[in-house]
Design a protein around this ligand. Structure first.
Ligand SMILES: [Zn+2]
Length: 288
């Protein structure tokens, strides 16, 4: 089977259609007004996404679907067992791959050295679908490396990995949308999925909220591991997103995003200051 074409064409189609669809949704029903011009946000965030993509693809050469296709015949894979029904292998694969994403995301928040890198995603002074692109290339590289390793260990059906990739292409933009679902839809959707209102809480300036709602696609992991928070303490309308001290236009600079992990630690991140009121924004970064 030509997995190169099967994996690539639908992925790019879903990615582009999802981006355009969520962009229209945000434009028509924006949750909050953005201070920075959309062109600047989308342009700068696309650049760091492309940097990560080039590095990741250059180093690994293949994506998760092709890795799954290459280990399809392996009898050592945890899910590649003849006694296991195909449907069960697909469902387990979707769940375990999403659990991997939850665990990796939790690790980025749990270890100071990893947080230094992941904070680039959180230092976005605002929040919209382009935040989906805002990951430091080191994070893209490490996350993809772990993910590909898990695919090798599980040896899941390639079609299940493709389904996971397609859902990620849509749900990534969806979770970062500067928009909210109608209340009744939100109530149903959040039972299964991470919605924009849930994931926005994860991007709060409040540090205790930053370690909540860590799931990528499914909300069950946050419920299971007690990291689920239904509403922000300040309320959806009043909550502030980003990192304290980085809410200035300079935080959108490509040079700033690439170098942030290597900058001296900001005092705002020290645990003993957690309960203090937000400090005024300090212009640290320089836009490029
Ligand atoms: Zn995070």
């Amino acid at each position: 089977m030509d997995w190169i074409r099967i994996a690539s064409d639908p992925y790019w189609f879903v990615l582009v259609v999802s981006f355009l669809g969520i962009a229209v949704w945000e434009t028509c029903r924006a949750r909050r007004e953005l201070a920075a011009p959309l062109g600047t946000r989308w342009g700068k965030h696309s650049l760091i996404w492309i940097s990560g993509g080039i590095l990741t693809r250059g180093l690994y050469g293949v994506g998760p679907v092709l890795v799954a296709a290459s280990v399809e015949g392996s009898r050592l894979g945890l899910l590649n067992q003849p006694w296991m029904p195909f449907a069960a292998r697909c469902i387990l694969a979707l769940l375990l791959l999403d659990l991997t994403k939850y665990a990796v995301h939790r690790a980025w928040h749990s270890f100071p050295i990893l947080w230094r890198v992941h904070q680039v995603h959180h230092s976005d002074p605002e929040y919209d679908l382009s935040t989906t692109f805002r990951f430091h290339p080191i994070e893209s590289l490490v996350t993809q490396g772990v993910y590909l390793s898990v695919v090798v260990v599980l040896a899941p059906p390639p079609v299940a990995v493709l389904a996971a990739e397609l859902s990620r292409a849509f749900l990534g933009f969806f979770a970062h949308a500067n928009a909210s679902l109608p209340k009744w839809v939100e109530k149903i959707a959040r039972v299964v999925f991470i919605t924009p209102d849930l994931h926005r809480i994860h991007h709060s300036v409040e540090e205790w909220e930053q370690v909540k709602n860590l799931g990528e696609n499914f909300s069950c992991w946050d419920r299971l591991f007690h990291t689920y928070v239904p509403e922000p303490a300040a309320g959806q309308a009043a909550m502030i997103t980003g990192l304290r001290g980085f809410q200035n236009p300079g935080s959108l600079g490509l040079t700033f995003m690439l170098t942030q992990p290597f900058l001296p630690e900001r005092p705002e991140r020290r645990p003993e200051r957690r309960e203090e009121q937000p400090s005024p924004s300090v212009p640290l970064a320089t836009a490029d």
